[in-house]
Design a protein around this ligand. Structure first.
Ligand code: FE2
Ligand code: FE2
Length: 356
């Protein structure tokens, strides 16, 4: 049997285009935008060099218009309350986004889980307690920035893209610490007090949230992760800390550079920003990681066990890490231009920074 195929070229069956407007084509205007593919590929920085750089200090509208698109009369507002560049911008954000995309890793396959061997009960439970604490921390570290996404103008879309990569990073951190807690016999242990974490969600301003989360909280966690060689009992754990530290470096860099940007572009906000740190330092205690369970779990892990001699060794190392957390925190504040916090910090912090 043969099938009859209509002749598509016959004038009777060919669809006719209705009268078209085509004004958007703007054929009279000259367009010659060619973003360069650099050694690092076709990056957001390449786009910004080619056209529509994020130069305006304000979006000038509350609509969903993306930077560079032609405005449409009558476009509705979308509820973006943060339309100023200084509200959320961070100088390194296009590069940090590209790096985040390129350096994603898998908690399922990039951790040498086979090196996880049965540990003595004290070490296994200490690691499980540490992982329980980090589960809570990492969840809030994603939840915090997530709350701000619907309020940031697409004019500075790079910030939104970066925060989405941070949320993905934190999701992976949460799952990798949960996997570690449940993979070797220990399980999840005691819930933490949570006051320090709660204040991240209570922040009423993006810069406040970023100061508390990126600069303070993630700074303390980053200093801790970078001591993972001492804390981890095997290659799997050391790898987890190394990969998480790599991700945290980006989150911290975003926060420090945002703080620097806002202090330079909006100097009138300086005292207000000091106020956020005053409160955060009061609420979080010395480093926010000094809850009783955390300190004790770290002491056991660093000492290699819970005998009196091991606890003495662990305590000494734990104190060293604490000093590192505080001095690195102050160094970051200084880089951002807030070195004068030295005289406003709680006395115990000042003592560490001043080395006495
Ligand atoms: Fe994290
Ligand atoms: Fe983080």
């Amino acid at each position: 049997m043969t099938t009859h195929i209509p002749n598509s070229t016959s004038s009777r069956s060919r669809p006719q285009a209705p009268p078209l407007d085509l004004s958007w084509l703007n054929l009279d205007d000259h367009y010659d935008v060619h973003a360069e593919v650099s050694r690092r590929g076709l990056t957001l920085d390449s786009l910004n060099e080619a056209a529509f750089p994020p130069d305006a200090t304000e979006a000038g509208n509350h609509t969903m218009r993306i930077r560079g698109a032609a405005p449409r009369e009558g476009a509705p507002r979308y509820g973006y309350s943060y339309i100023g560049k200084a509200d959320s911008w961070s100088e390194a954000v296009p590069m940090l986004y590209e790096e985040a995309v390129q350096r994603q890793w898998s908690s399922a396959t990039d951790i040498p889980w086979e090196t996880l061997q049965p540990l003595p009960d004290d070490l296994e439970r200490a690691m499980s307690q540490f992982c329980t604490f980090l589960n809570e921390v990492e969840f809030i570290a994603a939840d915090g920035p997530g709350q701000w996404l619907p309020r940031l103008s697409p004019e500075y879309y790079e910030v939104g893209l970066f925060l989405m990569t941070q949320i993905m990073d934190e999701a992976r951190h949460m799952d990798v610490f949960r996997k570690r807690a449940l993979a070797n016999g220990g399980g999840l242990l005691a819930q933490g007090p949570g006051e320090g974490l709660r204040q991240i969600l209570e922040a009423k301003d993006f810069t406040e949230m970023s100061a508390i989360l990126h600069v303070q909280g993630e700074g303390f966690v980053q200093s801790l992760f970078r001591m993972g060689e001492l804390i981890g009992q095997n290659t799997a754990e050391k790898t987890i800390f190394r990969l998480c530290a790599q991700d945290e470096s980006r989150h911290l860099a975003f926060g420090v550079m945002h703080l620097k940007h806002i202090l330079e572009s909006s100097p009138e906000r300086r005292e207000e920003i000091h106020g956020y740190f005053d409160r955060a330092e009061r609420v979080s205690g010395l480093t926010g990681t000094q809850t009783p369970q955390m300190v004790e779990a770290l002491t056991v892990l660093l000492g290699g066990g819970s005998s009196p001699a091991q606890l003495d060794d662990g305590w000494r190392l734990q104190q060293l890490i604490l000093r590192k957390q505080v001095t690195e925190y102050y160094h970051r504040l200084k880089v951002a231009g807030l070195g004068d916090r030295i005289d406003r910090m709680p006395e115990a912090m000042q003592k560490i920074v001043k080395g006495n």
